[in-house]
Design a protein around this ligand. Structure first.
Ligand code: PSV
Ligand code: MN
Ligand code: MN
Length: 432
């Protein structure tokens, strides 16, 4: 039995205020799409089936390398983080699962499962952490300062492998079926480490993790161009990532974090190539202007997010077979994280809805005719369509809010938890 955090009367009252305008907007959009030969209800149903996981660290203190600015009512541990995740799901209805980060979220697995079930949540891919030292963990006494899975010292590598296997085992106990591995391993200076030898060591460690995973687990490896290493990163791009996935085997896949590429890199083309290679494992959605900015999805370049979804829709059945995981990975300083995560989940669905509106037959025709303008316009027409009423309809049908951020503000949830949760330092979920 679910215990939803926002009282139903709040939701009803807020939806009630917006219902008439929403119905009119939805009907108008339905007519517009009908003229284009698109059944609006079919798009609504596809959106309802599209879920994206919330990162547990996204509801905690965000920060930069320079400072953390704790907000009021910040969750003090994983159980309170789950409460916040339940708010995001209750109002937005796009995020039924949570991606945990160990050791930040370590707790009794049975208690975690019960808590999640009581909130109507479940768990998505697990995340290990060998990019920080863990002085309080007796199983990880060695430092990751100079790397983890690719470290020159076999003892550090062994410790990092063991940690990953422990995280997978923890995940198995709470119903997760995937492990995401991101390492900060790399070098700040040319000559600091040998590109070949460090990659070989990484692969050896990754093979050990892969071999020890629970049978039903997929392994997602995540590439990142730079940071914390500033000259070279061991898993720096999709090429290296694809090599890894191919080396490891059928259950190893590449995870694409949108923020982990150089500015202007054609991420949608990378997505297309990984689908072709049958190695697209999933996404960490976020947005960025310069580097790994971890901003709300679609907040800087919504067109790029749309183009990524355009590739996913274009792939059709090939994508269904891959069933990539959808996760948000964001964390920053200046908003209420619940609002930011509600917004990101909505923008991700928006991009999906817009991609579903592309007239694919027409697009192919324009491509084959070398009609660059009409091909481009074909995408633009879909991107320019305001699908807001479709997003609202999908939420409403599942018991959510027409305007989830407004309903959240009306609920007074942040004020309530601020009174219940005294501020603590470092309540988890910091990002390097
Ligand atoms: C660090 O860049 C990072 O943001 C990666 O994207 C990971 O997915 C995330 O931290 C959590 O470990
Ligand atoms: Mn990530
Ligand atoms: Mn990142």
């Amino acid at each position: 039995m679910s215990e939803l955090p926002i009282h139903e009367s709040v939701l009803e009252a807020d939806n009630g205020k917006r219902q008439a305008a929403f119905e009119a907007d939805f009907a108008a959009l339905g007519e517009t799409l009908d003229r284009r030969g698109i059944a609006v209800d079919a798009i609504v149903e596809k959106l309802r089936a599209f879920a994206v996981a919330v990162p547990s660290w996204g509801v905690g203190t965000g920060g930069t390398r320079f400072a953390r600015f704790p907000g009021p009512g910040e969750p003090r541990g994983i159980m309170e983080k789950l409460n916040d995740c339940a708010v995001i799901q209750q109002l937005g209805r796009a995020t039924p699962s949570v991606s945990l980060h160990i050791p930040w979220d370590r707790a009794d697995p049975a208690a975690l499962k019960d808590k999640a079930a009581s909130l109507g949540l479940c768990f998505d891919a697990m995340n290990s952490n060998t990019f920080q030292d863990h002085p309080d963990d007796p199983r990880q006494p060695l430092s990751y300062k100079f790397g983890s899975l690719s470290h020159a010292d076999p003892a550090v590598r062994a410790q990092a492998v063991e940690h990953n296997l422990a995280v997978a085992e923890f995940g198995r106990a709470i119903g997760s079926t995937a492990l995401t591995v991101w390492v900060g391993d790399g070098a700040n200076f040319p000559g600091q480490s040998d590109h070949s030898r460090s990659f070989e060591r990484y692969l050896q460690s990754a093979r050990a993790i892969y071999a020890g995973l629970p049978q039903n687990f997929r392994l997602f490896t995540e590439h990142k161009m730079y940071e914390p290493a500033f000259y070279s990163t061991v898993v720096q791009d999709w090429g290296t990532n694809l090599l890894i996935a191919r080396e490891l085997g059928d259950r190893a896949f590449c995870l694409v974090d949108l923020g982990h590429h150089a500015p202007n890199v054609n991420i949608e083309q990378i997505v297309s190539r990984l689908i072709f290679a049958k190695k697209l494992g999933g996404f960490h959605f976020n947005d960025a202007k310069y580097g790994d900015d971890d901003l709300d999805a679609g907040s800087i370049d919504p067109f790029r997010l749309f183009l990524v979804f355009n590739e996913l829709v274009e792939a059709g059945e090939a994508l269904e077979r891959l069933a990539p995981a959808h996760m948000i990975d964001q964390s920053h300083n200046v908003t209420d994280p619940i609002e930011s995560l509600i917004r990101s989940a909505g923008e991700i669905r928006r991009a999906y809805a817009q991609a579903l509106l592309v007239d694919r037959a027409a697009l192919r025709g324009h491509q084959d005719d070398n009609d660059a303008i009409m091909a481009s316009e074909c995408l633009k027409q879909a991107f320019r369509t305001d699908v807001t009423p479709i997003l609202a309809k999908a939420r409403l049908l599942d018991g959510g809010a027409i305007d989830p951020i407004a309903a959240y503000r009306a609920s007074g949830y942040r004020k309530k938890v601020a009174a219940e949760r005294p501020a603590v330092r470092g309540s988890g979920g910091g990002i390097v």
